[in-house]
Design a protein around this ligand. Structure first.
Ligand SMILES: [Mg+2]
Length: 466
């Protein structure tokens, strides 16, 4: 009784303190067996979705294809078709030699996205730190929830139950481990409907059952190179020295593999920190006629990137800009900042400097009525929490204000109650510039009103029209 009460207090506290993206654990060289990563992989996702939506297909061998042709690729065989030997990527005519009764079903991407969003919502019920790796895979970092839950296996079972309650035909495999790679490996060990926790006590037992190519990311070429230097299986690979693995992989990749198998972390940001974020826009005829509109467009692109960086609590060290014209000429430039940047107007200032420099040397106006499209990219991210604020004290206040502004925007239904002066320059351009994102934006979709109907993308300043 007492204990239960305590747990609920801790849970309430943790829920308050932890906000999306702030709890991301950094990659770590050192082994950290206290970390808790949970990887979820939907089994035969597209095919199971089709069987979910159409009960007549359940229990039958089906092959999901994008085209209605006998030679189109099976992008997803059902569990039943897999059992008959059908593999992902096989052409339908070839699949029929293994499985003559295979039923061809065309894809329904909007339904898959709907299911993806619902599964992400379920994960978000248990953890704020969830990252979609693809439409049917996600990883949740439970490291800061060790006081909240005392048994992560039962959390995983609960997640499976929640998914089954919403979509009774869908199954998933869940892996739990101290790093992302081993958690993913856990999902590979038991399919369908698996649940495996890998820890320092049982890891060698699991690895001993596997071939090198069973490790996600080890293809035949790598396997051959490992075998050439005497590493014959994953167990030997785990206990090989870093130096030997460096030799096998030809450099730092070897160090990464050593850490993956020895409870370090190298994959925490593979879908986040290493990437480039970019925003591009095609210019309409009316827009290209006004230099001020083109400048507003640049502001909106910078603002879009600022929103994403604030949400992820990152700053960038580099930015790039390109502009293309209707006569197929183009210009691009790259700028590296003295200090990491997050602010849209600062980003714009840097880019405008480069643009003006170019105008000065060529004598040509860059924002002209021949403009077709333009784009801004940012890269070289560093975490806001690791920034050395002492290096630029005068900016602390600005960074704080920006954070508060976005948290206010999130609070209100009408996202434009709070707006920066810069956004008011040309509001319709701003609105136009922000579209629906890809899976990486859908990561943070959260249903705040709880009615389960409205799906919002947190990166959006405004609600979508459609
Ligand atoms: Mg899958």
């Amino acid at each position: 009784m007492q204990e239960e009460h305590f747990t609920s207090i801790v849970k309430a506290k943790a829920a308050k303190q932890i906000t999306p993206f702030q709890t991301y654990r950094q990659n770590s060289v050192a082994a950290n067996t206290d970390a808790v990563l949970m990887y979820l992989d939907m089994n035969s996702f597209f095919a199971s979705c089709e069987q979910q939506a159409n009960p007549e297909l359940r229990g039958r061998a089906i092959g999901v294809t994008t085209h209605n042709s006998p030679y189109s690729c099976v992008i997803a065989p059902s569990v039943e078709a897999k059992k008959m030997g059908v593999k992902t990527g096989m052409r339908l005519n070839e699949a029929k030699t293994f499985c003559p009764n295979i039923i061809q079903v065309l894809t329904h991407p909007p339904y898959y996205r709907r299911v993806h969003v619902d599964i992400m919502k379920i994960l978000h019920k248990y953890c704020d730190d969830v990252l979609a790796k693809s439409i049917d895979e996600a990883v949740a970092n439970f490291s800061s929830y060790r006081l909240v839950y005392d048994d992560f296996l039962s959390v995983a079972r609960q997640i499976k139950e929640d998914i089954a309650a919403k979509y009774d035909y869908l199954r998933c495999s869940i892996g739990i481990a101290p790093n992302t790679f081993l958690a993913k490996l856990g999902t590979e060990l038991q399919k369908p409907d698996g649940l495996i926790q890998i820890n320092p006590d049982n890891i060698d037992g699991y690895l001993a059952r596997l071939q090198l190519q069973d490790l996600p990311g080890i293809a035949s070429r790598n396997a051959r190179r490992l075998q050439m230097i005497g590493i014959k299986n994953p167990l030997e690979m785990r206990h090989a020295s870093e130096a030997l693995l460096r030799k096998a992989f030809g450099g730092v990749v070897g160090n990464y593999w050593h850490r993956r198998l020895n409870f370090g972390e190298v994959d925490q940001y593979s879908n986040g920190m290493n990437r480039t974020m970019s925003a591009t826009r095609t210019v309409s005829r009316e827009q290209r006629e006004s230099k001020q509109t083109l400048d507003s467009l640049l502001i909106s692109l910078c603002t879009k990137l600022e929103q994403r960086m604030v949400k992820m609590d990152v700053f960038c060290k580099e930015a790039s800009f390109f502009i293309k014209y209707r006569d197929n000429t183009s210009w691009e430039t790259k700028v590296r900042f003295a200090q990491p940047v997050q602010d849209a107007m600062e980003l714009r200032r840097y880019l405008l400097n480069m643009i003006q420099e170019q105008e000065h040397t060529t004598g040509k106006v860059m924002f002209n009525d021949n403009t077709r499209n333009m784009g801004v990219g940012v890269q070289g991210f560093i975490l806001g929490s690791t920034l050395q604020y002492s290096l630029f004290d005068n900016r602390i206040q600005m960074d704080k204000v920006r954070k508060v502004m976005y948290s206010l925007k999130d609070k209100y239904e009408q996202k434009n109650i709070v707006r920066k002066g810069a956004e008011l320059l040309n509001p319709h351009v701003m609105r136009d510039a922000i579209g629906f994102g890809s899976v990486k934006d859908m990561v943070v979709i959260r249903d705040e009103d709880g009615d389960g109907e409205v799906v919002r993308n947190q990166y959006l300043l405004e609600d979508e029209d459609d």
